[in-house]
Ligand binder design. Structure first.
Ligand SMILES: [Zn+2]
Length: 167
């Protein structure tokens, strides 16, 4: 083995060690730890396989559907809205109202099912809402609601699935 080959060997061995060290430190990153706390744990690859491209863009990549285009924007049947990614019950139809904003609007969520994160993107201070069971992005909640709760949960139709009330 000549000197060149030997030093190449060292270089490969060294980069393998530093790569492993890097991967280990990533696992203790507080940001990823937060994600680890969701009951439903799936890799991005698994989510991509299970969700439609539209669902993936909103639920996993925090996208927003175009206003007035969503399936549940003007939809007032009796039942429950569940998370499109994991099926957790999130909103009851009785809390839905016409928010005139182009997205389904609710004045409250089923207690304990929604998680709240401060969102400073797009030059605004908003409160992002996520499914507490899988971490899927739902939309935002605003404090300008017209009902007695004062809250307006503005949710992407694509993040939801409607389950009609049993007759
Ligand atoms: Zn979910």
């Amino acid at each position: 083995m000549n000197i060149f080959k030997l030093s190449l060997c060292f270089a490969i061995a060294f980069s393998a060690i530093s790569f492993t060290a890097c991967a280990q430190s990533k696992n203790t990153d507080p940001k990823t730890e937060k994600k680890m706390s969701y009951k439903v744990q799936k890799t991005e690859e698994e989510w991509k396989k299970e969700l439609t491209p539209e669902q993936y863009a909103i639920l996993r990549q925090k996208g927003t559907e175009r206003p007035f285009t969503g399936e549940y924007n003007n939809f007032y049947k009796k039942g429950t809205y569940v998370c499109a990614a994991c099926g957790t019950k999130l909103f009851e139809s009785g809390t839905k109202f016409d928010g005139h904003c182009g997205w389904p609007s609710f004045d409250k969520a089923i207690p304990g099912t929604v998680e709240y994160h401060k969102d400073l993107s797009h030059g605004m201070i908003r409160t992002e809402i996520l499914c507490a069971n899988c971490g899927g992005h739902l939309g935002h909640v605003f404090d300008d609601g017209p009902t007695e709760t004062g809250d307006r949960y503005c949710v992407n139709s694509i993040s939801l699935k409607f389950v009609p009330e049993q007759q």
